[in-house]
Design a protein around this ligand. Structure first.
Ligand code: ATP
Ligand code: MG
Length: 444
């Protein structure tokens, strides 16, 4: 085989043993070995350890069959959710804290008829198992017992050359499973890698088919891409790979113009936070006047959470007002600063500052005000609805208007205590008070 290599790598061994998250996976491997099975760490965790990153999760690959794995670890410690694909989840002895580890039997995948998952799998050898994985950098195994990296696919070279390359024939790999299209772009973005030429050509050819993937899966990949410090470059790659329009039609169409694209890339590069809502708002701004419509489309397609939606809409609504804060009265600005999603709005405003005349002055006022102690930023109201009732006002639509007026007068310093608030009320809203005869009737 062209690439069969096993390279001893003590620093990877050290990194893995230093990571408490690897404990359960390493324990599982030792147990499988003690029963005479071949068993390795596999895929993303080996890639990340080689890159000096902390893996998100550890996966195990073995020649033990699913039923053998269940027997060995006991039914109480194993879950067979992925059994149809030869995957058993093994929990820790205490079944707490630690997430279960996916233990997969070496396999090759059968035909893919739904564009996402194989119809059936066949158990196989480590070499064949490496071939069914998506990219060479994800096709590596690591044997913790010998500290050896086992490379059947050329992943080690591609890792050092920062290259995302499909394993085998790129076109077939993308036509089998369309999620790989987006995974390639996500890895290129988050690791700062280049997508190899033929792999990229194949992505372009199959890009329109990405919509076969569920919204949740597309959303999960896009969240990771957008929250990367390289998100700007990620957008550029999405566009070059022709994936932008299929996954976000409104924004994607806007990005066809190089000027719009460059602007979004620059804005993403300037944005200091990795939080998703202000980043979604930046995407939506590509659609100009229709930014709220574009955001609603992302929410629907990527199955955004209510929090993500509400915070990004709030950011879009508030950021121009925040950048104009130095021209506003305190009673106009204050409600924006105590809203639930103020952080998203401030982050968006911060990113957009240099595009707004005097934006820096507005932002400065906002940032100062956000440091006020609570009793200054959001003092308790001097008048409430209950106060109005007690003072003889009839509950109804005017209550809201009266209370807003009273609050504005308080915030702007026109009334400073309860007595002044009541004076203000009598002066402005006496006509709304119940007449004595009606009060008499109502209280019978
Ligand atoms: P991360 O965990 O950082 O998202 P990962 O590559 O580890 O990245 P996982 O979903 O944990 O992703 O998958 C573990 C391994 O399974 C991958 O490294 C790869 O070898 C294989 N794999 C995952 N998804 C696919 C896929 N769609 N096609 C082929 N192989 C895949
Ligand atoms: Mg992983």
């Amino acid at each position: 085989m062209k690439f069969v290599r096993s390279v001893s790598n003590q620093s990877v061994a050290q990194r893995i043993s230093d990571d408490p998250q690897s404990r359960l996976a390493v324990e599982i491997i030792q147990r499988l070995r003690s029963e005479g099975h071949i068993s390795y760490l596999a895929g993303g965790c080996v890639r990340d350890a080689l890159l000096g990153r902390t893996p998100k999760d550890y996966d195990v690959a073995t020649d033990a069959r699913p039923e053998q794995i269940r027997k060995l670890f006991g039914f109480h410690r194993t879950l067979a959710i992925g059994a149809a694909f030869g995957v058993i989840s093994v929990c820790s002895e205490s079944q707490q804290k630690e997430s279960p580890v996916e233990v997969a039997t070496f396999r090759c995948d059968g035909i893919y008829s739904d564009g996402r998952r194989p119809d059936a799998v066949e158990f196989s050898s480590p070499a064949a198992d490496a071939q069914r994985r998506d990219f060479t950098i994800n096709g590596l195994f690591f044997d913790p017992a010998s500290a050896e990296v086992i490379d059947f696919v050329g992943g080690l070279v591609d890792l050092t050359q920062c290259c995302i390359r499909a394993i085998g024939d790129a076109k077939s790999r993308f036509s089998e499973d369309k999620l790989r299209l987006l995974r390639a772009v996500r890895f290129a973005t988050t690791y700062g890698f280049e997508i190899e030429e033929e792999t990229k050509r194949a992505i372009c050819q199959h890009a329109a088919e990405v919509t076969v993937c569920s919204g949740e899966r597309i959303g999960a990949e896009m969240r990771r891409l957008l929250s990367s410090p390289n998100a700007g470059r990620g957008i550029q790659i999405l566009h070059e790979c022709r994936l932008a329009i299929p996954i976000m039609p409104q924004v994607g169409k806007g990005l066809k113009a190089a000027s719009e694209r460059d602007q979004l890339v620059r804005r993403l590069e300037r944005m200091e936070t990795s939080a998703l809502p202000p980043r979604l708002a930046l995407l939506a701004l590509v659609s100009g006047q229709k930014s709220h419509v574009a955001l609603a489309e992302l929410a629907e397609r990527w199955k955004l959470t209510n929090h993500e939606c509400d915070a990004s809409h709030a950011a879009l609504n508030s950021y121009p007002i925040l950048l104009n804060a130095h021209r506003l009265g305190w009673s106009q600005l204050q409600p924006l600063l105590i809203q639930r999603y103020v952080n998203a709005a401030v982050e968006l405003a911060r990113t957009m500052t240099i595009e707004f005349r005097e934006g820096a002055r507005g932002l400065e006022r906002v940032e100062e005000a956000l440091l006020f102690p609570t009793e200054q930023l959001n003092p308790p109201p001097l008048l409430t609805g209950d106060d109005l009732k007690r003072l003889g006002y009839r509950p109804g639509p005017s209550f809201k208007v009266i209370l807003e007026g009273a609050r504005a007068a308080q915030l702007d310093g026109k009334v400073q205590n309860r007595a002044q608030a009541e004076e203000w009320l009598a002066e402005h809203w006496l006509s709304e008070r119940r007449g004595p005869e009606r009060r008499g009737r109502g209280e019978q």
